[in-house]
Design a binder for this molecule. Structure first.
Ligand code: ZN
Ligand code: ZN
Length: 121
């Protein structure tokens, strides 16, 4: 990157944590292991700022990482009544395969979630 000097202020120093400490107006100076971007303290903070948390479609009282949603929905404590699509799929399939129908439920939920929280950030 031209014009950007890796001085820990405009860009993180090489081999140092890439977490920007807003309060100090510079990047964290902790040395990180090779291949790592953030120090132990900021590993979570970095992840959280990159990943988007969305309200759980089954229970908006708690949130879940967007990319963990599919996984979460399978074990969410708020999972109760199956959606109508589940019945349809279940009847058609003849046998109850838990994995396939849930994918469709997830798609529906995500769609419902998108329209419901559209414009809501
Ligand atoms: Zn750090
Ligand atoms: Zn949940």
């Amino acid at each position: 990157m031209e014009g950007s000097v890796a001085n820990g202020v405009s860009a993180p120093l090489p081999g140092r944590c890439a977490f920007y400490v807003a309060k100090k107006k510079r990047y964290c100076k902790m040395i990180v292991g090779s291949g790592k971007t953030f120090c132990g303290e900021h590993a979570n903070a970095g992840e959280e700022s990159e990943k988007k948390r969305i309200p759980c479609p089954l229970d908006p009282k708690h949130t879940v990482f967007e990319d963990h949603l599919a996984k979460h929905l399978k074990k969410c404590n708020s999972k109760e009544k199956p959606k109508p699509i589940y019945y349809v799929k279940d009847i058609n399939a003849g046998s109850a395969n838990e994995d396939e129908p849930i994918e469709e439920v997830i798609v529906l939920l995500m769609r419902a979630c998108e329209s419901r929280f559209h414009g809501f950030n």
